[in-house]
Ligand binder design. Structure first.
Ligand code: HEC
Length: 196
């Protein structure tokens, strides 16, 4: 800064030796400033006065509602399809099912399916029916009164399908340690197992 009193931009006031230059702001900056004022006015009218636009909270609510509806629909579709399902033999699906089993099911049904708190999944005795679809609906709906969890609340339909397909491969497995004896004494003939 020059101290030349004839400096054309220098204003004529001075405070404790501090003086001020009247620099012109660049035009683009001034235009941005005007545009932001116009934008703010339009924004205020659009969102807060006329309420034409949805604010973030309303948008969030709507997205959540749409998500819940989509989930509901997918769950309904899966539930309706249960009677037509057949176990998958796809190794990718079975691997996914095995991982889910190890994480969520093994604590109650034992890593090899032999049964702990939950029943043995390798024998030919079934409390809720021996069909693959019976297994799927027990996993999906659970048996809350007996301690079997309602997995539709925490697993996706394809996860329930893959874990059901996985436990289907445990049927008839030869266990190293004897499995839990059947609590349901209904003979296998009344609930046929396809391995018999
Ligand atoms: C908290 C313990 C627990 C967990 C975890 C659990 N189960 Fe169960 N499960 C049970 C019990 C207890 C029963 C027996 C319910 C009854 O007596 O009606 C059962 C029953 C079943 C049955 C029906 C067996 C039959 O004889 O009809 C299947 C199939 C099954 N569970 C699969 C699974 C799968 C797959 C998972 C993991 C996603 C799982 N369970 C996780 C406790 C559990």
């Amino acid at each position: 800064m020059s101290n030349d009193p004839k400096e054309p931009l220098l204003l004529d006031h001075e405070y404790d030796g501090i003086r001020e230059l009247d620099n012109k702001l660049p035009r683009w900056w001034v235009w941005l400033f005007y545009i932001s004022i116009v934008f703010a006015a339009v924004y205020l009218m659009y969102y807060h006065v006329l309420r034409l636009g949805r604010l973030q909270a309303a948008e969030y609510d709507q997205e959540m509602k749409a998500g819940a509806a989509a989930k509901e629909e997918a769950m309904g579709k899966f539930e309706a399809s249960i009677p037509t399902l057949t176990p998958s033999g796809d190794p990718v699906i079975l691997r996914q099912g095995g991982q889910i089993y190890a994480k969520y099911c093994a604590p109650c049904h034992r890593a090899d399916g032999g049964g702990l708190v939950g029943p043995n999944l390798t024998d030919s005795y079934w409390i809720h029916g021996s069909n693959f679809t019976d297994n799927v609906s027990v996993i999906w709906n659970g048996v809350p009164a007996k301690g079997m969890i309602t997995w539709k609340n925490s697993l996706k339909p394809d996860e329930v399908y893959s874990v059901a397909s996985f436990i289907y491969t445990l049927r008839g497995a030869k266990l190293a340690t004897p499995g839990k004896p059947p609590e349901n004494q209904a003979p296998a003939a009344a609930a046929p197992n396809q391995f018999e």
